[in-house]
Design a binder for this molecule. Structure first.
Ligand code: HEC
Ligand code: HEC
Length: 487
């Protein structure tokens, strides 16, 4: 009898351990929304976001099953026709999730879900300059990522899923979710042709859209901003596209941030190149997703509200994620693991590790995360006294180009110290991805006034700042790079 009771207690305990019923708070509550972001460099322009009451009046989006889009000629025979026979299928139902694994798997559906939909046209695929993976599937095609069926017989193309920008095609052709995305790919000849032939109407539409996405009247009045985006400049912007770099709303077309890797994100304390979002909890990551899928554009920056609707191309107006979806999404992101590293920790890498120590890299890129999780002031930015109390700040500036963090809506005056884990499967180094490789980042030639960066740039000129490791002997530099590639 006693045994039977002990056994039943044991069984209860073990099923309890496996079942997972998270307490999910209201992520968009006024208290946490108040403090999840750093103030902007120009404080009185720090965003005031939508109230909790208004936010929860929006409608949660159901998450439908999505289907991949294939590169031209790569879809299985009759693929798009066969999709027309499919019933709509809602994938996310929190009542059916009972283990942590269930929540993570559901979070993957949220990651792949498309917040904005428009009619799918097979012809549009012809325009993509993306390269497919080995299965022929496109990691997002422009415009539109995956196909959604909300009504039987009607195919819709979705845009702005997390997966669309945060999926990488690896050298072996496999797709890796969470790794640095490859938006925007190098432009093809057809892309350039289209960019050369913009009509006045399209130019005007782009200028207005850019104002919503990137306008900041305290930095540049609207007339001046619009006047900058001439037909010529718009062409040069399209021609400048480089994989791994993307002008997210609130940044800048001329100073675009590189796309970060989300693998290992649970250990990273500041989100975005400018450290805009404090990552103190799962809730902060949820709030990051909420603002970035369009809500930031509806905030008030002083008296300036970029739009009364979500960002163009972000999510269907009047909709939001549910808190359960966001919780699952965060668990999925926290579960992502790096791919097996093909680079061996050999004698050369060991030598590189010593150089890494000797050169003082570890002071900022501190193992095991290879970041000290601090932010550093941009050139010319004075650290506000109160932030020293609340935040993890390094006194010294690494003196990289200050524009992104001083002259945009995401500008805090700081850059974060990025983690060097996984640099072997990334490109686009430095916050704007101006250096396309580690070799280029560590090449002193990049400081020359007439230097032409191999990564993203609009004008030629130096990739300034971060002077560390530039003057090593060639063999030492190779050893350092060999070490970095093992991380
Ligand atoms: C249109 C492309 C795009 C989409 C869609 C997108 N992201 Fe991003 N994401 C970016 C870019 C670009 C950055 C870098 C922004 C910066 O540094 O200012 C970024 C940054 C991030 C960061 C900060 C990571 C770090 O280490 O700094 C997180 C977290 C993130 N994205 C999560 C998501 C999630 C979750 C979704 C879906 C809800 C999503 N992103 C959708 C392009 C995108
Ligand atoms: C004083 C702090 C500091 C030191 C010392 C330092 N770094 Fe950095 N590192 C940074 C910051 C800050 C950035 C981001 C710069 C930017 O985005 O403009 C960065 C960026 C990088 C990047 C680009 C990463 C990316 O994702 O874009 C690499 C690679 C790098 N550092 C390697 C090194 C190496 C190697 C050393 C030593 C030779 C070193 N760093 C020393 C602070 C430091």
């Amino acid at each position: 009898m006693r045994h039977a009771i002990a056994l039943s207690i044991l069984l209860a305990a073990s099923t309890h351990a496996q079942s997972f019923r998270p307490e999910i708070p209201r992520f968009w509550n006024d208290h946490d929304v108040e403090s999840f972001e750093l103030p902007l460099a120009q404080r009185d322009r720090s965003p005031r976001h939508m109230s909790s009451a208004d936010y929860y009046a929006l409608t949660p989006r159901p998450i439908y099953r999505t289907y991949p889009v294939y590169a031209p000629g790569r879809a299985p025979a009759g693929y798009y026709e066969s999709l027309k026979a499919k019933e709509p299928e809602i994938l996310f139902d929190p009542a059916k999730l009972s283990t942590k694994q269930d929540w993570i798997a559901a979070g993957k559906f949220v990651f792949e879900s498309e917040p904005l939909l428009f009619p799918f046209k097979e012809d549009n695929i012809q325009f993509t300059s993306l390269r497919p993976g080995k299965d022929g599937i496109l990691p997002g095609f422009l415009p539109g990522n995956r196909i959604v069926i909300r009504k039987k017989g009607v195919l819709e193309a979705g845009i702005n899923s997390c997966a669309g920008c945060h999926t990488r095609i690896m050298p072996d052709g496999s797709q890796l979710q969470g790794a640095q995305g490859i938006v925007d790919p190098l432009p093809t000849e057809e892309d350039l042709q289209r960019a050369r032939n913009l009509t006045p109407e399209r130019i005007r539409r782009r200028q207005e859209t850019f104002w919503i996405l990137y306008g900041a009247p305290w930095i540049q009045p609207k007339e001046q901003f619009i006047a900058f985006y001439t037909k010529e400049v718009l062409y040069r912007l399209d021609a400048a596209d480089r994989p791994g770099v993307f002008a997210r709303q609130g940044t800048s077309q001329t100073h675009r941030p590189h796309v970060p890797s989300l693998i290992g994100i649970q250990d990273i304390k500041y989100l975005d190149a400018t450290g805009l979002v404090r990552h103190r909890s799962i809730g902060d990551l949820a709030r990051y997703a909420i603002t970035n899928q369009g809500l930031d554009t509806m905030a008030f920056y002083g008296d300036f509200q970029p739009s009364t609707q979500t960002t163009p191309f972000s999510s269907e107006p009047g909709t939001r994620y549910s808190d359960e979806q966001l919780y699952a999404l965060a668990l999925y992101l926290y579960s992502l693991q790096p791919p097996p590293n093909p680079n061996k920790f050999d004698a050369r890498a060991r030598r590189g590790q010593q150089i890494f120590q000797q050169q003082g890299c570890a002071g900022c890129h501190t193992p095991p995360l290879y970041t000290n999780n601090k932010i550093t002031p941009a050139l010319g930015f004075k650290i506000p006294a109160d932030l020293r109390q609340t935040d993890n700040i390094l006194d010294t500036s690494v003196a990289t180009d200050p524009t992104l963090t001083l002259k945009t809506r995401r500008g805090t005056g700081f850059y974060k110290v990025p983690s060097l884990r996984g640099v072997w499967y990334r490109n686009a180094f430095g916050h704007t991805g101006a250096a396309d490789s580690l070799e280029e980042w560590l090449d002193p030639a990049r400081l020359q006034p007439n230097y032409v960066p191999k990564g993203f740039h609009l004008d030629s000129g130096p990739i300034q700042g971060h002077p560390f490791g530039l003057n090593l002997k060639p063999a030492d530099k190779q050893a350092l790079i060999a070490f970095l590639k093992t991380l």
